[in-house]
Design a binder for this molecule. Structure first.
Ligand code: BGC
Length: 345
């Protein structure tokens, strides 16, 4: 079968390989791939900045935003042939740490977790893959090809769960205004979930044309190309851009919360007054926290969020579908790309 592989940390090594069928040790459920979402993490791996192969191997099958149909499943495992499914990305560390032992592998405390297609485990970028039933999510069949958005939605489901938990640490206050920075797929899905949580949502991005402003407005949210005059209660920062990270850190209302959900690549030096930042954070009870990955509960929340979202709006996030025969194009960055998806069939 075909699989997209790379030798991690070698930016010249991406290729479409012929590889053996997935081993049963990957899991008892055999899935035929339909689609694979490509994200910034994949591009970082392709550029040689990130990723690890499985122990004892040189190459890694990449891909972590999966969508497929069950081809074979042991009876009684909860899955049947034909089910529309998505594989969970992270696996708990082998120790396990207290978080992993409780099924909260997204909060792993010793860093020994593995991730499919990213860290020490082959990914879902292959025509077939196997998954353990406990790490597979069944989707509403009506979502069809839009199910490929589940993994990025799980990441924002976790970010919102934690942000709302932190924001409501004082009993007398409910967040009302939310700001998302970055109108990429993660930012737009974060805005969608913010609207579903009942917040007045604002989305900041530098783009002045293309599909982003319209997609934000269709959500009933406000599109902004400047951060002036907005004082949100919760910020979900999805750009990972140093200057935006800096700007949102003291832009919340008193008791406000900033969730950093975008990864900054490389090193960026910025000059700012830590005294000012400290004073505003302490005197106004600000909280800034990071959020990564998602556990099973967040995948379930994400599946529910996608099921109640407007299908046409979700379809608008997928701006390019690339067939396997032209797989390389899926890793190119083009103007107006939001989510690029590789189709396997
Ligand atoms: C994935 C997460 C993963 C993170 C760090 C993201 O792109 O969506 O599941 O934990 O990268 O590897």
């Amino acid at each position: 079968m075909h699989a997209i592989t790379i030798r991690p940390h070698d930016p010249t090594s991406l290729r479409l390989d012929d590889v053996a069928s997935p081993p049963v040790s990957d899991g008892s459920v055999l899935v035929r791939a339909l689609s694979l979402g490509i994200c910034g993490t994949d591009r970082e791996i392709v550029a040689g900045h990130y990723g690890d192969p499985p122990a004892g191997e040189e190459r890694l099958i990449i891909g972590h935003e999966s969508l497929g149909r069950v081809e074979q499943a042991p009876s009684g495992c909860g899955f049947d042939r034909g089910d529309l499914v998505v594989g969970i990305v992270r696996r708990p560390d082998p120790v396990p740490c207290p978080a992993c032992a409780a099924g909260e592998w997204d909060m792993c405390r010793n860093g020994r977790y593995t991730e499919r297609g990213i860290k020490s485990r082959h990914g879902y970028g292959a025509q077939q893959f196997r998954v353990e039933p406990d790490f597979l999510i069944k989707l509403d069949p009506a979502l069809d090809r839009l199910g490929v958005l589940l993994e990025p939605t799980s990441v924002v489901a976790k970010a919102w769960e934690h942000a709302l938990r932190i924001a409501t640490r004082g009993p007398a206050w409910r967040p009302r205004i939310g700001l998302v920075t970055g109108a990429g797929p993660v930012g737009l899905l974060a805005a969608m979930m913010g609207v579903q949580h009942g917040l007045e949502m604002h989305v900041f991005d530098r783009a002045t044309d293309g599909p982003k402003p319209g997609l934000v407005r269709q959500l009933g949210a406000v599109y902004r190309t400047s951060l002036d005059d907005i004082w949100p209660d919760i910020v979900i920062e999805c750009t990972g851009a140093g200057s935006v990270v800096r700007d949102v850190m003291d832009r919340t209302t008193a008791d406000g919360v900033v969730c950093l959900a975008g990864l900054t690549s490389g090193s960026h030096e910025l000059t700012f007054d830590i005294g000012d930042l400290d004073r505003s954070m302490v005197l106004e009870n600000h909280a800034v926290f990071g959020s990564v990955n998602a556990n099973r509960r967040h995948y379930a929340a994400a599946a529910a969020a996608l099921a109640k979202a407007d299908r046409d709006w979700l379809a608008g996030l997928i701006t390019r579908r690339v067939p396997l025969s032209r797989w390389r194009e899926a890793f190119e960055r083009r103007n107006d790309d939001i989510k690029v998806v590789l189709d396997f069939d």
